[in-house]
Design a protein around this ligand. Sequence first.
Ligand SMILES: Cc1ncc(COP(=O)(O)O)c(C=O)c1O
Length: 381
Amino acid sequence: MGERFETKTVHIGHEPLRQVTSKSTPIYQTSVFAFQGLEEVEQFYTGHGEYLYTRNGNPNQTELANAITKLEQAEDGVSAASGMGAIMAGVLAVVKPGDHILASHEIYGGTYALLDKELSRLGIELECINLNELTSLDGHIRPNTRLFYMETITNPLLTVADMPGWVQQAKQAGLTVMIDNTFATPYLVQPLTLGADLVVHSATKYIGGHSDATAGVLVGKKELVQRAREIVVNYGASLSPFEAWITSRGLKTLALRMERQCDNAREVAAFLREHPAVGRVYYPSEADVHFFARKKQGAMLSFCLADESRIYDFYRKLDWIKFAPSLAGVETSVSHPVTTSHRAFSEEQRLASGITMGLVRLSVGIEAVEDIVAELDRALS
Ligand SMILES: Cc1ncc(COP(=O)(O)O)c(C=O)c1O
């Protein structure tokens, strides 16, 4: 090490602690990795070394991707800077210009914006179909259709389509199947075991669980994930080490949180159904989730106010339940799809999908359910 003060301040604290075995994973907050010599860097490029530059890979990204790979029973996985980054990488790993995507018409507004607005510029066509009305994909599959895309539990109307049936039809037609499993999580269902090829998560939601990180993960068939990994690197959509670390930490309590949140949501749904100020309640039935590994109906629900004109009043009256256009944190929160997540939809699309001004989306947290009910009752009355 150099002897001068200026040199020492730069290098003195940097002793790699190779012998230390910490109980929790350290944050590898580094943009690049150092090498012993040219031979070692050569090993990276010939596929024998793991880390070179954080955009290409980092131990914290790997930790998160590996965990979801195992929980979803996948062959491989890659993390990304957001759920949208993971969706983009997964979709582009499958389609090329001239191809056609068949997607459920009930998808997250951001996903629709990506598939419709951005991918159309690359010459990729999109057709959205109503899985609640159709029984068959016949008549919708074209010679250039490559990808079938749907959500396990849809955002924001919580519809659970017969995923095993749709996956089977799409696979028989030779399509690649990609499922957004954000709302269900692998705790409730693992779509790859039902025949899907790729599963994507906005890990910003239940995987992280604390509304403090933005992250995405894509898992599935090895060759597709390998291509998606290249796309994440080349498009610069890699996850930061800190975001990966805090998301992995949140993941440890996924089972506990889901169990509690699902049980709370069930009681809240029963309460809302009886409330005179509430119209329709959107919440999956037990029959809907027949193919789930755990017979829980998720922790999200939506409802319409009986009198739509009271919508501003409702949000104003809420006290500790926050209006936040995201979901799945440990705190109960509400969102308003028309003005937030589903802005990308035209009015016609929104109305066709039942996304009205009076629709409230509720993400049920881990609090005492009696308090959640009392707070909603106050704002509704
Ligand atoms: C179902 C679903 N998929 C994907 C996304 C996008 O995830 P992110 O915001 O992490 O990019 C969201 C975001 O709300 C979502 O609800």
